[in-house]
Design a protein around this ligand. Structure first.
Ligand SMILES: [Zn+2]
Length: 405
């Protein structure tokens, strides 16, 4: 069968010598791994996984040399369309000094003033940075334009680099609407949505004191749904609030942050399909208490990990860093954290083709320069992504070819 396979799949690739192959394709999609494994890629998809001793032949072969292979990371929460940076604000925050010129509106001002070329270059630089660190699927939000043309161009730019584009006109009320926040919600639900929906898959709202309340958030999500967009919610970042309830009532795919949760919120996350997406880089970068991952996991909620990469509250694009934080600071096991950063992110984006390496999955995978997934937390801060494949194509790093292949 091996030779026949090679002929019928002229682009098939066998990766053998895998010390640990994390597949996440056990029953109900739970964490699963195979020791001493091999994997075959054909047509951009995973064609076969199993013990290396039973691997079929393929057109070309590579040797992992005992290294671990995992699904590519799925970062389901990122704000990458922006201009400028806020390192002085971060430094002041770490020093415990007040910094009056900080905040989202600084980035809004810089983003509005930036050319398309500047925004596109920054976005592409960050997307490439993510790919080198093993992120093969990422979500990207607007939310630093907050006018009809600025939100629409942000989403059009995001759509150039990912299909997971999220309209976040309801990020904050911009200064020109301070006296008329209801008027801004009308804009977000009306002309701005109409201009943005063609580029977007999702609608999101920052449901928090100082941003948007429960009724406003529900209105934004309902309008987005009527325009064909799936719902996501920024919920419970700064204090307990209505965000998780709003997400559950709207049938949202994900409630993100979940740093402050009531018992009713935890119940809602267990009894509905809303994924609890935790963003521990934010708590690290803002020196805040971490989300209670164990409370969610032990109750039976589905947990995802994502970066929230943005220039203010958390400027990391590194999923390995988030995994290390989740293990060290949130008491997730190494396998729980890796699952949350791969299959969990896929659930949060309602994707079944990524986040796992079952047969038929898109061949998005990473090879670590390490023998097991645990090294992502065991060796924090160390670059360990040796190679990255996206849809079966090697897009970063390298892997030794087997002699004769
Ligand atoms: Zn966010």
């Amino acid at each position: 069968m091996g030779e026949a396979c090679a002929v019928s799949n002229p682009d098939s690739t066998l990766i053998t010598g895998i010390g640990e192959l994390v597949t996440n394709d056990g029953d109900q999609g739970v964490y699963a791994a195979i020791a001493d494994a091999a994997l075959v890629i054909a047509g951009g998809r995973v064609a076969w996984t199993g013990p290396a001793s039973r691997a079929p032949a393929a057109d070309t072969a590579a040797d992992a040399g005992g290294r671990a292979v995992l699904p590519g990371f799925v970062d389901s929460h990122a704000h990458l369309v922006f201009a400028g940076e806020r390192s002085a604000e971060f430094a002041a925050r770490m020093d415990g000094r007040p910094y009056r010129a900080g905040g989202i509106l600084v980035t809004v001002k810089a983003t509005r003033a930036a050319s398309d070329a500047v925004l596109r270059a920054n976005l592409r630089r960050l997307a490439a940075e993510m790919l080198r660190q093993g992120t093969t699927t990422f979500e990207c939000k607007s939310g630093y334009g907050l006018t009809v043309p600025d939100e629409a161009r942000g989403l059009a730019l995001a759509a150039e680099v990912t299909p997971e584009v999220t309209y976040l006109g309801a990020h904050v009320v911009p200064p020109e609407f301070t006296a008329d926040p209801a008027g801004y919600v009308d804009l977000v639900c009306g002309p701005m949505l109409a201009a943005c929906a063609p580029s977007a898959r999702w609608v999101d709202v920052f449901c928090e004191d100082g941003a948007f309340g429960a009724d406003e958030a529900a209105a934004v999500l309902a309008a987005g749904r009527a325009a064909g967009l799936g719902a996501r919610v920024h919920a419970g970042q700064l204090r307990p609030g209505p965000g998780v309830r709003v997400a559950a009532e709207a049938g949202a795919a994900s409630a993100d942050h979940c740093t402050f949760l009531t018992d009713a919120d935890v119940d809602a996350l267990v009894t509905t399909p809303v994924v609890a997406t935790l963003l521990p880089g934010v708590e690290f970068s803002c020196r805040q208490p971490y989300p209670q991952a164990r409370r969610l996991l032990d109750a039976g909620a589905t947990v995802a990990l994502a970066t929230d990469c943005n220039p203010g509250s958390c400027f990391t694009s590194s999923m390995p860093f988030c995994i290390a934080l989740a293990v060290r600071e949130m008491r997730m096991s190494t396998s729980e954290a890796v699952w949350a950063a791969t299959a969990g992110g896929a659930r949060a984006l309602r994707r079944t083709d990524v986040g796992h390496l079952g047969a038929g999955a898109r061949a998005d995978l990473i090879m670590l320069d390490a023998p097991s997934h645990a090294y992502l937390a065991y060796r924090p801060g160390v670059p360990q992504i040796a190679a990255v494949w996206q849809a079966g194509r090697l897009v970063a790093g390298s892997v030794p070819q087997l002699a004769g292949s």
